[in-house]
Design a protein around this ligand. Structure first.
Ligand code: AMP
Ligand code: ZN
Length: 465
């Protein structure tokens, strides 16, 4: 029995699904565009890291080694990143938090949100990359690459900025399709030659935000940061680059332009992008209303892993609209899975080949997690196999699903807040001898998958599948 199979991903570069073959046999190099640490991550951002985690878990399950790098942007990401306008997001955040602009405060701000970010990753069972790289630690790399770009004649200096000259690249923007619509306005800087040109280095005499560099005192542009970090830690050609679809038109288009100017080729074999998490149809954004952090989800009485389950119900490449109801439905389903797994109170047997094969077919096919979840349910309900083998196979699935199923505890029936409230209401209705209400609540609980038995004044729950 082969325990690995061909893996396919949708590659934004080819606008097609392609078989994934690493550049170096058995080893995968992967760059994940990380957060700008000026605020908590919202649950949309976390979808992006969840996708990268799935990719990594699937590759590991197929027996490959994975080296993953993630940047932590703590300087150089401007509020208007499409046209290099506005203020540094970190500097802005200090104002928001009523803190003085000092080097120490900037550092503390970055470290605070980075720590929160790591807590979020852990809560969602997202595997950490091999390295988190802070953008502010790599100044020497930016200077080197920018000097090279100036020497090659693809960059030019103005009074305020060193720009990348996008007209020097054949097919600039081809990657992102209609990229130019997202790009900036020329009037932001009259010395800028073309609207699409973007900042590699911004000159700044401000001793609190910039760095000393052979280029002159200043700070890097956001795009060159990712090129420099990926080159330094993964080499000039690596296997996979990940990020959200909003990065295709500008950020990744610009990373590709920089790399092509420096090396003559696209830096990554595969570019994999997650679709957005929306709320009432609009993209969740850090700056907009409706920003939901993982903390807010927890306040609803729903765990971070229930949110992971919610994300697994859709393929990473489709838009998902968040609602409390949809999240709670996932929470209920996840609790049922936990309960079913907890009931497998036996030793671990062997992973069943047929299920292994079907599972790999699903996840290797561009991360078809809805299919993988359906298979998990099929497995849990399968009465034709031993409890031992079922248990081993469930844990095999969980290597990718990441639902912490090994920790499912037999603590009676695991219930959500919604179920708890219904039970309390029913207890009250029975005490008041409101039998009609009590029966209605029994039906509601049944609808959620629970049978209630009345034992004296107490109510006992049983899972019904
Ligand atoms: P940022 O910290 O803004 O650079 O974003 C971090 C990651 O989250 C990037 O890969 C974005 O493309 C991604 N992202 C931003 N908003 C959303 C969203 N609403 N849904 C999914 N991914 C998103
Ligand atoms: Zn990036």
């Amino acid at each position: 029995m082969k325990t690995s199979k061909e893996v396919f991903f949708w590659n934004t570069l080819n606008k097609a699904k392609r078989e994934f073959v690493p550049l170096k046999e058995g080893e995968v190099s992967m760059y994940t565009c990380g957060p700008t640490v000026y605020n908590y991550a919202h649950i949309g951002n976390l979808r992006s890291y969840f996708m990268a985690d799935l990719i990594k878990r699937v590759l590991l399950l197929n027996g490959l080694k994975v080296k993953q790098i993630m940047n932590i942007t703590d300087i150089g990401h401007l509020t208007g990143d499409a046209d290099d306008s506005g203020e540094d997001k970190m500097v802005n955040a200090l104002k928001r938090e009523n803190k003085a602009l000092t080097i120490e405060n900037l550092k503390n701000l970055g470290e605070f949100y980075f720590a929160k970010f790591k807590e979020d990753l852990e809560a969602m069972n997202i595997l950490f990359p091999d390295n988190f790289i802070f953008a502010s630690d790599e100044t020497a790399e930016y200077s080197r690459l920018i000097k090279d770009l100036l020497e090659k004649g693809v960059a030019y200096k103005t009074t305020s900025t060193i720009y990348f000259d996008t007209t020097k690249i054949a097919n600039y923007g081809a990657f992102g399709g209609s990229a130019s619509a997202e790009h900036g306005r020329i009037e932001v800087d009259p010395e800028k030659k073309h609207p699409e040109d973007f900042a590699l280095w911004k000159f700044s005499e401000d001793e609190k935000v910039g760095f000393n560099s052979p280029l002159g005192r200043g700070f890097p542009g956001w795009h060159i940061e990712c090129t420099a970090m990926s080159f330094k830690y993964l080499g000039k050609k690596f296997d996979i680059h990940t990020g959200g679809v909003d990065h295709i038109g500008v950020h990744h288009t610009n990373e590709i332009a920089q790399a092509e100017a420096l090396t003559g080729e696209n830096p990554s074999s595969f570019w994999i992008h997650n679709e957005h998490l929306t709320m009432k149809g609009s993209k969740m954004a850090k700056s907009a209303d409706g920003f939901l952090s993982l903390q807010k989800i927890k306040e609803l009485g729903v765990s971070a892993l229930s949110y992971r389950y919610f994300l697994l119900t859709a393929r990473y490449s489709t838009r998902v609209d968040y609602s409390t109801e949809a999240l709670k439905a996932s929470d209920t389903a996840y609790q049922k899975v936990l309960n079913a797994v907890a009931n497998l109170d036996t030793r671990e047997g062997i992973v069943l080949d047929t299920y292994r094969s079907k599972f790999l077919d699903a996840v290797n096919d561009d991360l078809d997690t809805p299919k993988a979840l359906a298979l998990l349910w099929e497995l849990l309900k399968d009465d034709g196999i031993s409890k031992e083998d079922k248990k081993a196979t469930v844990f095999y699935f969980d290597e990718v699903l990441g639902l912490n199923l090994r920790n499912a505890k037999k603590e009676g029936v695991v219930i959500s807040d919604e179920v708890r409230v219904l039970l309390e209401d029913r207890k009250k209705a029975r005490a008041e001898k409101d039998w009609q209400k009590s029966d209605e609540l029994r039906d509601k609980l049944k609808h959620l998958g629970f049978e209630v038995k009345d034992v004296g004044e107490e109510q006992e729950l049983e899972n019904i599948k």
